[in-house]
Design a protein around this ligand. Structure first.
Ligand code: SF4
Length: 577
């Protein structure tokens, strides 16, 4: 039987609890957001003792389903001030599930301010002093933990940025090769360092595994899903060969690739930092450690990850994702893939969200702190973040804080969180999602880019301003997928192939002994988003927070020279009723 592990950092205790009935069919974001809404006072200080950070694998996590390793991290965000869920791949989510743990709830605050490590295995859980791990970057932390603990455990951890309570700090999860590059990056949840927790070590050896209530329903569902993933060209060919960075050229062509701090939608150097170029360097030019079709955990059958090599062929970083490539590449005017790789490696080590860090450096470039296109200059800024210098603390405080510090008005953020890699003036549906998601600007909250640009799940004009219904539907379905533990990459297949979506829903409900339809799944997703928005309302959010930054309404975006002209009424219609 599954348990919730409650970790009290004030008393330094870790105790299992019976799962309340209302949580039994939940997992992932559905569970983290429900626990946060139930237990965290909405007006509390995110870095204070009354906030909680919840770690939850999805409902199918730990089973034999394909691509089911997402780990959700939830809490009140120190970046947005609202509820937050961010999720990551890597190996820890499945291991937590296989130990029979539905969620780890971390509460309180270490009274002496010292950092600790939570060790979880089949015998229980205990808190130990972090000792020499304190202050270290995530590459060294992961290496030391694998040296000290048997069975190649899952490692969830924070780098120096999280220890310094920076609001751009993310939560790292190690991958199969013990690299730290899988991040629940968004929303500053790495500032969990304020609780006094440096890392969680998860050893699932001898664990009870996951009980599947309806084995036949699960088998049928996972087969349908796997067949859809194998059939769709994005999941069977584009992502394995070129990774998510295959989007660089596509979004550039659409005129929506944020360039030089969102001053253009097209970057002349896009091809140099694209998925095609990553493939070329990793598999043909340098080879060595370079790889494409790299999985971030076992049982991934899409394998969108990559290993980018140094000029001598040795390992540089895994992985360069589209969002990281945009943020450190076009948005900073940088067309040097080696500089982008180093910025991603530094982010993984220091423990910051690549989207927030890149967008913030771009704001600093706008102010002339370093010039656009200056790769070494951007690297120096990020190194300052790791050292916690005054300038580094400004950069580590995110795009909005940097905009204030440097007097920049073009700050691409919603609810305090920097925008991902799609300019909403050229792709309006994603702007509606950015504006109205309870998560702040977040492409994964409702990826309308699929029908607007990629022609997946229908074909929609990206410039059409009637996008409330589209965004609402995507936000609900995404919230459900985030509950399952399935990787959102599988979403490309299930949006296009109806039997794939039935398989995703059927396999998830089979684990918990239900018989959900697709309509039930969408209703469940709608309820999760409603719970999150109600938390935000209690925290003080209003309709005025469901808006894009003003400059996007008056500053036309080249090359299409369009502004964001979706009406406030349309935005308010997304969650009306
Ligand atoms: S598709 Fe990519 S992100 Fe998803 S599980 Fe596989 S490697 Fe990880």
């Amino acid at each position: 039987m599954s348990r919730i592990l409650r970790v009290n950092m004030t008393n330094l205790t870790a105790q299992p609890e019976v799962v309340p009935e209302k949580y039994e069919t939940l997992g992932g974001r559905g569970l983290t957001s429900t626990i946060v809404a139930d237990e965290v006072p909405a007006t509390c200080h995110p870095l204070g003792p009354n906030n909680k950070v919840v770690f939850a694998p999805g409902v199918v996590g730990g089973t034999s389903a394909p691509n089911c390793g997402r780990l959700s991290v939830g809490g009140k965000s120190p970046l947005t001030g609202g509820i937050k869920e961010a999720n990551a791949g890597g190996i820890a989510g499945q291991k937590i599930a296989r130990l029979g743990i539905k969620a780890i709830v971390v509460e309180g605050q270490a009274p002496d301010g010292k950092l600790h490590v939570l060790r979880v295995d089949k015998n229980g859980a205990s808190l130990l002093r972090a000792g020499d791990l304190a202050g270290k970057g995530m590459y060294e932390v992961d290496t030391l933990i694998w040296q000290r603990y048997p069975n190649k455990p899952g490692v969830i951890g924070i780098g120096p940025a999280g220890e310094m309570r920076m609001v751009s700090a993310g939560v790292s999860v190690n991958d199969e090769e013990n690299g730290p590059g899988r991040y629940a990056g968004r929303g500053g949840l790495g500032a969990v360092g304020a609780k006094g927790l440096k890392a969680i070590v998860v050893d699932d050896a001898g664990g009870p595994g996951v009980t599947v209530a309806d084995a036949e329903g699960f088998r049928l569902g996972t087969k349908k899903l796997a067949d859809a993933i194998a059939e769709h060209p994005i999941t069977s060919s584009s992502l394995p060969n070129y990774g998510t960075a295959v989007l660089v050229n596509l979004i550039n062509e659409a005129g929506g690739l944020p360039t030089r701090n969102f001053s253009s939608g097209r970057f002349e150097g896009a091809a140099k930092v694209s998925g095609e170029m990553i493939n070329e360097v990793a598999t043909k030019i340098r080879k060595g450690a370079g790889r494409v079709s790299h999985p971030c955990h076992a049982d991934c059958i899409i394998k969108c990850s990559n290993v980018y090599p140094k000029p001598d062929g040795s390992y540089h970083v895994s992985a360069i994702e589209y969002e990281s490539a945009y943020a450190f590449g076009p948005d900073c005017g940088i067309d040097d893939l080696d500089a982008v790789a180093e910025l991603v490696r530094l982010s993984n080590d220091i423990g910051v969200d690549t989207i927030e860090a890149g967008a913030t450096i771009a704001v600093a470039m706008e102010a002339g702190v370093v010039p656009f296109g200056d790769g070494p200059g951007a690297i120096r800024l990020l190194e300052e973040v790791g050292r916690g210098t005054p300038l580094g603390r400004i950069i580590g405080s995110g795009a909005v804080a940097a905009g204030r510090a440097f007097g920049v008005t073009r700050v691409p953020a919603v609810k305090g969180q920097a925008m991902p890699a799609y300019d909403p003036r050229a792709i309006k549906g994603i702007g509606v999602t950015y504006a109205t998601s309870p998560m702040g600007a977040d492409h994964t909250a409702g990826y309308t880019v699929a029908p607007e640009v990629l022609g997946v799940g229908g074909k929609v004009d990206p410039f059409d301003v009637s996008k409330a219904e589209l965004s609402r539907n995507f936000q609900a379905l995404t919230a459900f997928i985030d509950l399952t533990g399935y990787c959102l990459m599988a979403g490309f297949a299930v949006m296009y192939i109806a039997s794939g979506l039935e398989g995703m829903v059927g396999s998830t409900s089979a684990v918990v002994g239900k018989n959900w339809t697709v309509e039930d799944a969408v209703n469940l997703g709608t309820q999760i988003v409603r719970t999150e928005r109600e938390f935000n309302e209690r925290a003080g959010f209003t309709k005025a927070d469901d808006r894009l930054p003003e400059f996007m309404k008056y500053e036309p975006l080249p090359p299409h020279n369009t502004v964001f002209d979706v009406s406030d009424e349309e935005l308010d219609a997304v969650h009306a009723g």
